[in-house]
Structures are given as structure tokens and as C-alpha cells.
Design a protein around this ligand. Structure first.
Ligand code: AMP
Ligand code: MG
Length: 353
């Protein structure tokens, strides 16, 4: 009898624990999805309950559906269609990102310009409108016709009414250089709200690190070796609780009949209407707000080494790593070589500023 009771109790305990187990939330170390035209990876380690991942990915999808110029019915598409006609009322997040984009345009003296849309379309960046035959290398005449439409000063933001108006017909916003960063910030906000102590948000190389690693050491973020296979890095950034974002001309360029036309990449000089050629191969920006890291990495690639470094040094809490075509690497003044940035490839060398 006693034995039977023990047996019964044991069965009950096993049943209870097994019930508990099925009721316990499923934990996944990481999840990935293709959104914002890139692979979005979220790593929550041993705290990744399914509903948190769902909330994060739903928010990233919402940002895409509101801010992509290529999605019919997005607020950006609506603003573009209403260019020269009427202001469009937008939700607070769209207003916030466009407002910051215009501020970065001003700070970078127009090197970053969210009204670069018509030129992006002309070069068919992103390959959404591929034409038969040669890839799009527009004539100077075509470029000259569209250049007057690129001007961030013609974006009218009405804070009171929460409206955005492009004053000239044919103007078009493109948030391709800033929206991923904003999406990373929003993902991090959900992660922090859920009190998850450490996580990685990686939206196609737009990285945001939440907290320190579990062993309390800094994260190590690889800086891509230009023109090498993706994932091959020439150096490592050691950092925590910040965002690391790289803009590089090698990320997207024209390939035709097996020939790589590296000079025709996706980072446009808004004054020339052509891919920027400044001697920089990539600009990596480290700063707390991922939206800023994203926008400034594009701005600085276009500005080039000297003006770019001047801008970085003028921004509080912003650091940078520049890789030049001649294989020199420049670090901003707040980065210590061998501590914050560790070079692991002898083909490159760190130059004094
Ligand atoms: P990113 O990869 O963040 O450097 O952003 C590049 C994307 O931003 C391109 O694919 C274009 O859609 C857009 N873009 C290109 N040049 C500029 C620029 N000078 N200012 C703002 N956006 C740009
Ligand atoms: Mg960017």
C-alpha cells in the first residue's frame, strides 16, 4: 500500500512536471526573417519566448509597410505620389524618421539626402525595375533632368498637423539609408521592455547590441573585409550597449555578364547624381541610436574621409572606422587601437589621423 502510494505520488509529480513543461513558453535562441529587403536576425539567447520574437518581427514588418518607398500604400509612397500636390498626414513614427533624416541632411551638408529617390530609381538601385539588356547606367542628360528634384530643403514638415509635403512634383523620399536603423532601435525597445539583459539585433549588418554578453565581457563585432566573402572580417570592434553600422560600396553594385562594376554602387552623391567616389571603401559608425548610426554611415561614405571624420568628431558619442581604397584604416579619436578596435588582417594598416 505504502509502495503504491509512493508510486502514485511519483506518477503525479512526473505528470505535474511534464504538464508544466508543456505549459512553459517555448524558448528559441534566435529567429530570422526577410524584411526591409534584408535578412533580419534577432538573438535573445535563453530568454527568447516566441511571443517576444513575434512582437519584434511584427513591429519591423509594420515599419517596412509604412516606410518603404516600394510598397504600394505605404506612407512614403503616398507622400511621393502627393509631391507638389498636397501634404500627407502620417503616424508619429514616420514623422520622427523623416524629421531625423532631414536633420542629418542638414548636419552633413546634403551628403545624406532623403529626397534622393528619383536618382535611386534612375539607377534602379535594389533592382526592382530591371530592364532587359545592359544594367542601368544613365546618361548625364537623364541625371541632369532629375537632379533639381533632389533637395532636402523642399521637404515641408508640419509638426502641429503631423504632415509631410514634398513641394516639387516628381520629388520622392527614400528612407533606405535610415529605416533599418530605426527598426533596430524599435526592436531593442521591445527587448529592453521585456527586461531581456542581453541580445543582438542584426538587420542585414545593421547591428545593435543590448547589454553586455552573459559573461559580462564586451561583444565583438566584425568589420567586413571589403570585397571578400560576407562574414570575413579584417578587424573586431569590442563594445557594448550600442549600435555598429557599416556603409560600403562593395555591398551592392552592378554585375553584368560576370563582370563586377564596383564603381557603380548604391551610395549616391546627391549633388552629382552618381555613386560617390571619395576614396572610402567603407564607413563604420558606432553610436547608441541605431537610426543615427545608419544615417551617418551613409552620409559619411558620401562625404569622404576628411569631411566625414570632421563630422564624426563633432557628434557627441559617435565613433568611426574608415577603410580607404589604399588600405589605410582611420579610427576616430575615441577608439583605442588594440582595445576598442583590433585589426586582424595585415593587408591593411591603421594610419594616424
Ligand atoms: P545604406 O546601406 O544604409 O548606406 O543605405 C543605402 C541606401 O540608401 C541606398 O540603397 C539608397 O536607397 C539610399 N541612398 C543612397 N544614397 C543616399 C544618400 N546620399 N542619402 C540618403 N539615402 C541614400
Ligand atoms: Mg545607412
Amino acid at each position: 500500500m505504502r509502495n503504491k502510494l509512493i508510486f502514485l505520488t511519483l506518477t503525479a509529480i512526473i505528470l505535474i512536471t511534464s504538464c508544466r513543461r508543456t505549459e512553459a513558453p517555448e524558448i528559441r535562441p534566435a529567429m530570422a526573417d526577410f524584411i526591409l529587403n534584408t535578412v533580419c536576425v534577432i538573438i535573445l539567447y535563453d530568454r527568447g519566448e516566441a511571443h517576444i520574437y513575434e512582437e519584434i518581427f511584427a513591429r519591423i514588418r509594420e515599419i517596412e509597410s509604412r516606410m518603404s518607398a516600394f510598397i504600394e500604400g505605404s506612407y512614403i509612397a503616398r507622400i511621393n505620389r502627393a509631391a507638389g500636390i498636397e501634404p500627407v498626414r502620417v503616424p508619429p513614427d514616420v514623422f520622427f524618421v523623416v524629421e531625423r533624416a532631414v536633420q542629418v541632411a542638414e548636419l552633413s551638408n546634403g551628403a545624406f539626402d532623403p529626397t534622393v529617390g528619383p536618382i535611386v530609381a534612375l539607377w534602379d538601385i535594389g533592382g526592382r525595375n530591371p530592364r532587359p539588356g545592359l544594367p542601368r547606367i544613365p546618361s548625364q542628360e537623364e541625371i541632369d533632368k532629375l537632379l533639381p528634384l533632389v533637395n532636402w530643403r523642399n521637404v515641408e514638415l508640419n509638426r502641429e498637423n503631423q504632415t509631410i509635403f514634398l513641394t516639387e512634383p516628381g520629388m520622392a523620399l527614400d528612407l533606405g539609408a535610415i529605416a533599418k536603423g530605426y527598426a533596430a532601435d524599435e526592436a531593442a525597445a521591445i527587448i529592453r521592455n521585456a527586461r531581456i539583459p542581453q541580445a543582438i539585433v542584426d538587420l542585414g549588418g545593421n547591428t545593435l547590441l543590448v547589454g553586455l554578453k552573459a559573461d559580462r565581457t564586451p561583444w565583438r563585432v566584425g568589420v567586413q573585409t571589403p570585397f571578400a566573402e560576407r562574414g570575413v572580417y579584417l578587424g573586431v570592434v569590442e563594445t557594448w550597449e550600442t549600435s555598429v553600422v557599416t556603409s560600403g560600396g562593395y555591398e551592392q553594385f552592378i554585375i553584368y555578364n560576370g563582370v563586377h562594376y564596383y564603381q557603380y554602387h548604391h551610395l549616391i552623391c546627391p549633388t552629382l547624381g552618381r555613386p560617390a567616389q571619395t576614396g572610402l571603401i567603407s564607413a563604420t559608425i558606432i553610436t547608441g541610436v541605431s537610426m543615427d548610426a545608419d544615417a551617418f554611415s551613409t552620409a559619411i561614405f558620401v562625404l569622404g574621409h576628411e569631411k566625414g571624420m570632421e563630422l564624426v568628431e563633432s557628434m557627441e558619442g559617435m565613433e568611426a572606422i574608415f577603410i580607404l581604397e589604399d588600405r589605410r584604416i582611420f579610427l576616430s579619436s575615441g577608439l583605442a587601437e588594440g582595445v576598442d578596435f583590433i585589426l586582424v588582417n595585415d593587408d591593411f594598416r591603421i594610419a594616424g589621423n
